[in-house]
Design a protein around this ligand. Structure first.
Ligand SMILES: Nc1nc2c(ncn2[C@@H]2O[C@H](COP(=O)(O)OP(=O)(O)OP(=O)(O)O)[C@@H](O)[C@H]2O)c(=O)[nH]1
Ligand SMILES: [Mg+2]
Length: 336
């Protein structure tokens, strides 16, 4: 046993020496650090940059156990490379698709599951939930009970997927415990693994999360982060574009439709983001200073913009996109 005290919100070691360093609190009598206190009480965020090496070590540690793992992913931001975490951890694993509440009601869960099953990555179960709306949490608990190999169940995934939100929901629903982990729309909220006893049969272990280096969230200010993070059901915005027309999302990304028949672009991004359509892209040079990428779109594909959401494009055609060079974009068969 060490005699360190850990923040009950984010897991960091508490210290009262240096206000500029992680884990600072005015008094070691407190249960949470100042950063968590501010996030919880004032919605004031302080970005912390985490290295992924540390997280990969945590995952290696998980792989050495035989415990059940919940892999949480955000439906609006399903990672390009779901195998990455799966390949590191041979344990029994449930894929938890979180934030169903932000997708339009018309989206069928079966379709989402079929999409993920078609990737042929082994999971014991694929379960669609909403941590925020408390949707399907009972069913998830039932499946946890069925698959767990010991008391301990690890919760892993990319940062911002909603791991801590899910654990808070499980605490609230099934525990006498009144602990509340810190949640925020910023990446790297949880800083360390945390052990949370739900009841005598179940202990959850929260983890910090893999940082998406290609996420647009790493390239915008706090105000924009809040705008990008969808809180309500997304109202898909459809634009019929002809060759020579264009869509601009805030000052984040520009999509020029340069080749193809009349086409339909449907945006699945937060309702708070402003979108502008240009009827003639030659009249406007906005965002041309950003990095340009060209995509050859096939029938019925999504253009995914990491951290932002995705755009469903119905017909084939060629698009030029302008975006910060470090933001990851890719195409996939349409999710919806
Ligand atoms: N709309 C919606 N938002 C959610 C849901 N679950 C979590 N969120 C939001 O997603 C953001 C991230 O949630 P966290 O619980 O902090 O995510 P995390 O995976 O623990 O993130 P890190 O600790 O940074 O790895 C917060 O803004 C949550 O409110 C959900 O079911 N629906
Ligand atoms: Mg967390």
């Amino acid at each position: 046993m060490d005699n360190k005290k850990y923040c009950l919100g984010c897991g960091v070691v508490l210290q009262d020496n240096n206000i500029l360093q992680e884990g600072y609190t005015t008094s070691l009598e407190n249960d949470i650090c100042q950063r968590c206190f501010r996030m919880k009480n004032y919605g004031e965020y302080q970005v912390v940059t985490k290295s992924n090496e540390e997280y990969l070590d945590i995952l290696k540690g998980v792989a050495e156990t035989k415990d059940l793992v919940l892999y949480v992913t955000d439906l609006l931001n399903i990672e390009k490379n779901l195998e990455e975490i799966r390949n590191l951890i041979p344990n029994k694993m449930i894929l938890v698709l979180n934030k169903i509440d932000v997708l339009p009601k018309s989206v069928k869960e079966e379709k989402l599951k079929d999409y993920l099953e078609s990737k042929n990555i082994h999971f014991e179960e694929i379960i669609v939930i909403s941590a925020n709306k408390n949707y399907n949490i009972d069913y998830l608990l039932k499946k946890i009970k069925y698959h767990q190999t010991s008391k301990n169940v690890y919760v892993v995934g990319h940062t911002n997927a909603g791991k801590s939100s899910l654990i808070n929901k499980l605490i609230k629903n099934y525990s006498e415990n009144n602990r509340e982990l810190t949640m925020s729309p910023l990446p790297s909220t949880t800083l360390n693994t945390m052990i949370i006893d739900i009841n005598e049969h179940l202990t959850l272990i929260d983890t910090p999360g893999l940082v998406d280096v290609g996420s647009i969230l790493n390239h915008v200010d706090e105000k924009m982060m809040k705008k990008i993070s969808a809180k309500k059901e997304i109202k898909p915005r459809t634009y019929q574009l002809r060759k020579g027309q264009s869509i601009i999302i805030e000052d984040l990304v520009r999509i020029d439709y340069v080749e193809g028949e009349k086409n339909s672009f449907t945006l699945f991004i937060s309702n708070d983001l402003k979108v502008k359509r240009l009827l003639n892209l030659f009249n406007n040079e906005d965002l041309y200073d950003k990095n340009k990428l060209t995509y050859d779109i096939k029938y019925d594909e999504d253009l995914v913009i990491s951290g932002l959401g995705f755009i469903k494009i119905v017909n084939k055609g060629v698009i030029d996109i302008y975006i910060d060079k470090d933001v990851e974009t890719f195409t996939r068969k349409s999710l919806i």
